[in-house]
Design a protein around this ligand. Sequence first.
Ligand code: AHG
Ligand code: MN
Ligand code: MN
Length: 342
Amino acid sequence: MTVERSFADKIVTIERHFFEQQSKFPEATGVLSNLLYDVAVSAKIIASHTTRAGLAEILGTEGKENMHGDEVQKLDTFAERTIYRMNDHTGRLAAMASEEEEGIIPIPDNYPTGKYVLIYDPLDGSSNIDFNVSVGTIFAIHRRKSKEGPGTLEDCLQKGSDLVAAGYIIYGSSTMMVYSTGQGVHGFTLDPRVGEFLLSHPNIRIPAKPKYYSVNQGYQHRWSEGMQRYTNWLQGDNDQGISLSLRYIGSLVADFHRNLLAGGIFYYPAEGKGSKKASGKLRLLYEAAPLAFLAEQAGGYASDGHNPILDIEPTGLHQRVPLFIGNRDLVKKAEEFLRDEQ
Ligand code: AHG
Ligand code: MN
Ligand code: MN
């Protein structure tokens, strides 16, 4: 009896993948691979709680708001502390920055500092937690610019095109970690029985034919004329045979992940001048830029409606940007509708 040996389904753990990617860079010291490994372990710990949130007494809110005015969910805090406790002492980081902290997060004086900074959204889509809808974690890694000692705000305020690595974890029907170090986008699915992330989606490329558009149409009345017409265009008001289905669940990671695999566009446009969301809702450093890095690595594109997300020089840790991300031609079409209305 011969064993069916279809080596297409070889078993590759995420750790092995990190080190194989590293071997392409002879000067690499392994610090980045180990940092990515620490992120993966943080994800497993967070995943073990998201899948039990209803039982593990960490549903619901902390009864306080963060600086963005969002209610802090218990799982936001758990995820934030898990990533911090995994990374504050390893000597790989000069500083961290998080959606849940106003300023940069310094490395405690009694620990060594390292050559990277880790910027993250510990739990994305947290308004969905209590309703068992997929949520995620988003991370961005830059090389520090300062020479030594405690990391600085400038180390964190770097544009997306200078990212060393970026990725997300989606806690959904399965837990997946998707990342890139600039060598393509690779997806790993957690096998909870053995606690390993195994390669399931090598070299992800956004499909040429899009299926979905993702936007909160509940705000349609606040958009510009160009945005209304763009949305009609996506729904079929065009001569290119494009007629997309709407899928929007209010978790950026889940909406992005679906469009990355199925083809489509996610957008969170700017709202009227003077509105709290005049620059949209999503944050550049730990939402738009890391996902833009992945989108471009997968053959897609991301823009603020006028310029590439990856080219935006950050001026603040929590600055918001309008976001259009997914198939390149759909994002370019959005830019066209916005340009025509100027
Ligand atoms: P977070 O939970 O990290 O604050 O992010 C929530 C974001 C993003 O995940 C999602 O795309 C967006 O909020 C949904 O906003 P609306 O509810 O305004 O559509
Ligand atoms: Mn978020
Ligand atoms: Mn968040």
